[in-house]
Design a protein around this ligand. Structure first.
Ligand SMILES: C[S@@+](CC[C@H](N)C(=O)[O-])C[C@H]1O[C@@H](n2cnc3c(N)ncnc32)[C@H](O)[C@@H]1O
Length: 615
């Protein structure tokens, strides 16, 4: 069950909220229990009927509906949002859109101080109303009227002393506070016999993260880190609806706190963005035309001169006259990045190895100003239809569409100045778009997909001209965040093809690729590659690596086709113990179902009723 299935739950605090560790004044109430518990309870009480938002582009909704700003999960993500959609200073661009309707959702969000301690009254504030007892006359002056006040005072003193003693012990490293966060066996059994209480699960996730991030001080004695992690992963599967396998795989990419931000961000749609097709329009004119039609937009940010972010629109953004005339394409902001890294030049020969439906091909063509030649290839024939449609609509005249398994290159044709390999991937970066990924991806996928990606990247390298006067560039990208599909593939390419090296992507944003991961060490130059996450840049999860080919190799003239390459890659992987004999065999029940569906679909395509055939 995903979070969208539980939209009727009240909202506990966000991760940001409890992570706001700067609590200058802690109330006594807060001191007696772990502060997160108090905070959580308070937040939940505040509005038990608060609804979860539907999957939406939150920026659009913020502009429309102030109430969404109170959605704490949105805010948690929003406060983390970095510069990708920062439009603060795009003024230098002469193409800039001027004075579009201002949306100050960002500002509002920043002002919303989730970590505020104002909700917690410090006991000092109550002191004025209390009877005062000096140390000496406490007992002597005891009577029925002041007894209650005196006992309260004593209790407070005791609490203070206990806390000070605990503090001293902590400072000396003698003991640790007991934060009872994990359920007992009995509690777990009881929980599993009932429908999940998502509010408490969320609160518990937050509490566990807090313990994991300060384990020494907050962990309960005798409970190991892995016990906390296991419970957290189970809660993630229940709360966000991931398979345990994928939840673990993704969790391990981040610190516990960041992992929660990642999972949260996957519940929210990314902003709607469009790319101006500079073959047909200038951004300023396009923006003005769309504003006139009731579209509320503004430039994405200083890093792109062609992107526009759409906040809301009174017309369908995929059916305006400007859209139909090819003045723009609906394109995720992260999809701009690999093309920007590729940096195609006029009059070059460029190959887009896995091109459908053509968002990146058409951008390449535009950057080349319709000069030179772009080969747009995709192995999936039916997907080439949308590729062709986009190429026509956007007026790309320097483009040739082909339909090969990209492993056929360079046998088909080689010697390109630049190649983009936007590889087929597991899609773990675009879960907000396709939540089926949460449960459909299995362990096998993260062996099979990288196996194909490795073959594709070698083909890409072998198809580039090392002596290209202007290029010799290969860009590898995926919309996945897993190491197996990114750094591990790039590391493999560097090992297999010492005639390439990684170079800077020259992208202004992005986190460094991992140079080591869970005990595996990669080529140190992999830090030049870039990672993008929904929770850090509010874009789809993405990965970009840029290679420069520095010398030719015998592989460049190899006549091996896709089948031969697959056979030798398979042999090698079996030898290395990466895959086994039944790898990619269509023999599981899942595969059978898929095969049956495909057969039915093909029969239907021929205009025959599959039921008649079965009879
Ligand atoms: C991530 S999508 C490409 C998106 C595209 N670059 C764009 O920007 O619109 C990956 C593509 O790889 C194609 N593909 C899968 N296996 C392939 C192969 N062996 N050779 C070439 N293309 C392949 C898929 O059909 C799919 O269209």
């Amino acid at each position: 069950m995903g979070r969208r299935a539980k939209s009727k739950q009240g909202l506990p605090p966000t991760l940001d909220e409890f992570q706001n560790k700067s609590h200058p004044v802690e109330s006594k109430r807060k001191r007696t229990e772990p502060s997160i518990t108090n905070s959580s309870a308070k937040k939940v009480k505040k509005d038990p009927n608060e609804q979860k938002p539907q999957k939406h582009s939150k920026t659009i909704d913020h502009s429309k509906d102030e109430s969404d700003i109170e959605d704490e999960s949105d805010i948690a993500i929003e406060t983390e949002k970095k510069s990708l959609f920062d439009d603060s200073d795009d003024g230098s661009d002469e193409d800039d859109v001027q004075d579009f309707e201002e949306i100050d959702a960002e500002e509002g969000l920043e002002d919303d101080d989730l970590g505020s301690n104002d909700e917690y009254m410090d006991s000092d504030e109550e002191d004025g109303d209390k009877p005062f007892f000096s140390d000496d006359d406490d007992i002597e002056n005891l009577n029925a009227a002041n007894m209650e006040a005196l006992s309260k005072k004593l209790e407070e003193e005791e609490a203070e002393e206990a806390e000070e003693a605990q503090k001293e012990l902590l400072e000396e490293g003698i003991t640790q506070p007991k934060a009872h966060v994990l359920p007992s066996k009995e509690e777990e059994e009881e929980e599993s016999s009932k429908p999940p209480d998502l509010t408490s699960i969320r609160t518990r996730m937050i509490e566990i993260v807090k313990v994991l991030e300060n384990f020494k001080e907050l962990a309960e004695e005798g409970i190991s880190r892995s016990e906390y992690v296991n419970r957290l992963i189970k809660d993630i599967t229940i709360y966000f609806g991931y398979s345990e396998f994928l939840a673990t795989l993704l969790f391990e990419l981040f610190s516990p706190g960041e992992a929660m931000e990642f999972f949260e961000a996957n519940e929210i749609a990314r902003p709607i963005t469009i790319r101006t097709n500079t073959l047909k329009a200038r951004r300023r004119d396009l923006a003005q035309a769309l504003v006139n039609r009731g579209v509320n937009l503004q430039p994405i940010g200083p890093w792109t001169k062609v992107g526009l972010q759409v906040f809301d629109s009174q017309v369908p953004i995929g059916a305006t006259p400007e859209y139909l005339a090819g003045h723009y394409i609906l394109q995720a902001a992260s999809s701009f990045l690999p093309v920007m890294a590729l940096d195609p030049q006029e009059n070059e020969r460029v190959l887009d190895m896995a091109a459908a439906p053509g968002g990146k091909t058409t951008y390449i063509s535009a950057l080349m100003k319709n000069t030179g030649c772009v080969f747009a290839n995709d192995a999936n024939k039916s997907r080439t239809k949308s590729l062709i449609a986009n190429i026509h609509r956007l007026g790309c005249k320097n483009t040739i569409v082909c339909n090969y398994d990209a492993r056929e290159f360079p046998k088909v044709i080689g010697g390109f100045d630049r190649i983009l390999l936007d590889a087929p991937c597991s899609g773990t970066g675009v879960i907000a778009k396709d939540e089926s990924v949460k449960i459909s991806r299995t362990e096998k996928d993260f062996v099979q997909i990288p196996h194909l990606q490795k073959q594709l990247i070698l083909s890409a390298i072998d198809s580039v001209d090392a002596h290209s006067p202007t290029g010799g560039i290969i860009v590898y990208s995926t919309c996945s965040v897993t190491v197996a599909e990114n750094e591990a593939v790039v590391d493999y390419a560097l090992r297999k093809r010492p005639n390439v090296k990684l170079v800077s992507t020259d992208l202004q944003i992005g986190k460094e690729g991992f140079t080591s991961y869970r005990g595996k060490h990669f080529n140190p130059s992999i830090s030049l590659t870039r990672r993008y996450y929904p929770h850090t840049y509010n874009v789809d999860g993405f990965y970009v690596a840029k290679f420069k080919k520095i010398a030719s190799s015998p592989h460049d003239v190899s006549k091996a086709g896709a089948k031969e390459k697959e056979a030798s890659a398979r042999e090698e992987a079996i030898e290395e113990g990466i895959i086994n004999d039944d790898f990619a065999e269509f023999n599981s029940d899942d595969d059978k179902e898929l095969i049956e569906k495909t057969i039915k679909r093909n029969i239907k395509k021929k205009g025959i009723n599959p039921k008649v055939i079965n009879k």
